[in-house]
Design a protein around this ligand. Sequence first.
Ligand SMILES: C[S@@+](CC[C@H](N)C(=O)[O-])C[C@H]1O[C@@H](n2cnc3c(N)ncnc32)[C@H](O)[C@@H]1O
Ligand code: SF4
Length: 475
Amino acid sequence: MSEKQELSIPQHEAPNSDDLPEGWLRVGSLDMDAQGIARRPDGKVVFIEGALPFEVVSVQVGRKKNNWEQGTVTQIHSESSQRVTPGCPHFGLHAGACGGCKMQHLEASAQVAIKQRVLEDNLWHLGKVKADTMLRPIEGPTWGYRYRARMSVRYVIKKGEVLIGFHERKSRYIADMKVCRILPPHVSAMLMPLRALIAQMEARETLPQIELACGDEVTAMVLRHLEPLSDSDKDKLRAFGEKHQVQWWLQPKGPDTVHLLDTGGPQLSYGLPDFGITMPFRPTDFTQVNPFINRVLVARSLRLLNAQKTERVIDWFCGLGNFTLPIATQAAEVLGIEGAETLVARSRDNYARNQADRPEGQALAPTSFVARNLFEMTPAMLVADGTADKWLVDPPREGAFALAKALAELHENHELRQGWTPPQRIVYVSCNPATLARDAGLLVHRAGYRCVSAGVINMFAHTAHVESMAVFELA
Ligand SMILES: C[S@@+](CC[C@H](N)C(=O)[O-])C[C@H]1O[C@@H](n2cnc3c(N)ncnc32)[C@H](O)[C@@H]1O
Ligand code: SF4
């Protein structure tokens, strides 16, 4: 927590506790780490793990600074009506609790409301932007949604057992996860058999990680191995794969070395049925974590984009074409730009395959894909990409600062434009409300846009992660 953040907490978010018995605290709101925020009678702010807004609690303080303290709730004197029983036995504040979820003690709809407030606060405090309207949050299943996960693996020699899962709260140890409610149920049910499998393998001490990637039909697991695997270990993987319907991929070194244990199986893919699109992918490609929400997100984004048959659209940070291909079912021409060469190659393949499978009269619009580092965009590059009527922007956590800045510079200096005109509408999808807010500030205050709407997407239920979107129109 930076000094600035500590001091900028508004009074209503951390109400005073001077009318309460000594040591009791009244909680105002939650911070981005799902910690309750309270204020001591002397004005000091206290961040409290396990406390919810409107609760009155006692706290055991861990860290102390001049202006703030951080601690853990020890007793709840007055409980929030939105407190619920956590759905997973590994969730909690106890020693060994899993650090994967932070909000299971709060009702799902209240989690979404808090995320919406985080978005609005960020837009206002960091970007000085207020959306004309807030969009209805995009919600989906709150359990069994996590189709992608990187799980650590450790063989604990002393106990002779294997742990597989996420890290314990505030620790480098792996939680003793026997089930996981946010993973798909069939994967959760596989955790203990997976532990038994690894424990039987000769290579058990040199297998640090399993990466999970589920498609609509195929469950893929990428096993990182530091030493070559013996034939007998490979056979154990095959037997497990057959029994549990897992497609094994092996990773002996860096990401480029990922390959199938046995070729010839079904292909990992997900569908976007609203658009008649199927997206084959490799387990290490970027794909959205939650396929249920992704379908709604793509449909909502395209509705907001409202691309017409006469329009050219650019999809920035296009990945494997998750938005690009659906846009190509509606626009006249599409350009997808992405940093990772492998994803650009995948998006080209996916375009060609989908085009070949389209029904008569429903061909995809002409679409090209380009590999480029978009953190280094300049006004000249933007002009060279040509005029587009609309943009879809879906950057990584760092945001799309260079892109927004180039747009601002072209707005401020007409001579640079050379006949180029800015997009009429931008739909910006974000996994980090702080960078969205920063870029929104540039678009609104320097590039001539209005923020017409914004909203949250509950892509990662029970975690503090905020996924959001905003729509900008040329004013
Ligand atoms: C949030 S993902 C979105 C991908 C895609 N729109 C989707 O929905 O699957 C962000 C994408 O930005 C790409 N990326 C990250 N850094 C980049 C950079 N500097 N320049 C261009 N692309 C970058 C990543 O490879 C990733 O595909
Ligand atoms: S990540 Fe899984 S195991 Fe960990 S608390 Fe969440 S649901 Fe439970």
